[in-house]
Unconditional design. Structure first.
Length: 183
């Protein structure tokens, strides 16, 4: 986890400087306390998925911009080598399969939900689509006031500029691939 925290720290510091923000300015933009942001930049904190999403949204960047390593011309992914980002109560895990690709404007995650897990996702910036492909279990997605139930091998595409909620409605772990496209 220390390597991931160091990557997040380096990326956050670089992104903050690129945007010309102080820690106070970053705190205002993201809603994350100045002290927490400082701890993250010094790799002294293990930020939650929720905190990283707040930072990404506040900076108007992709989530994976905070967690990606050095870019290479190709990438073979072996999930066993990925350190997941753990949900606040350890009820879900997010594996960054492919971090944000600037040219193609996508990022790909593998998300595992424990039984009964409810994950509330804040709205993303305009023109962002999410593609969700459930490959194990059952998932209910609520977008504003509309709920859709997905079973194994079902998929959905939706505008992600509205708040949305993921809920594992199966008795076991539910797993999905989540592709986020920044239009």
């Amino acid at each position: 986890m220390q390597d991931l925290n160091k990557t997040i720290a380096e990326n956050l510091l670089t992104l903050r400087k690129q945007k010309g923000l102080s820690l106070s300015g970053l705190s205002e933009a993201t809603g994350v306390s100045k002290s927490m942001l400082g701890q993250i930049e010094r790799a002294e904190s293990n930020p939650t998925v929720t905190t990283l999403w707040k930072i990404a949204k506040g900076l108007n960047i992709s989530f994976s911009s905070l967690v990606e390593h050095e870019k290479k011309p190709f990438k073979v992914v072996r999930q066993k080598n990925i350190i997941p980002i753990i949900g606040d109560e350890q009820e879900y895990k997010v594996y960054t399969i492919f971090p944000f690709d600037e040219q193609r404007k996508i990022e790909v995650f593998d998300v595992h939900f424990s039984p009964g897990c409810i994950l509330k996702s804040e709205s993303h910036i305009n023109e962002v689509f999410e593609y969700v492909l459930v490959y194990k279990g059952s998932l209910e997605i609520t977008i504003e006031d509309k709920s859709i139930k997905l079973q194994t091998n079902d998929a959905i595409k939706f505008y992600a500029d509205k708040s949305h909620i993921y809920k594992n409605i199966s008795k076991g772990t539910t797993k999905m691939h989540n592709i986020i496209f920044y239009g």
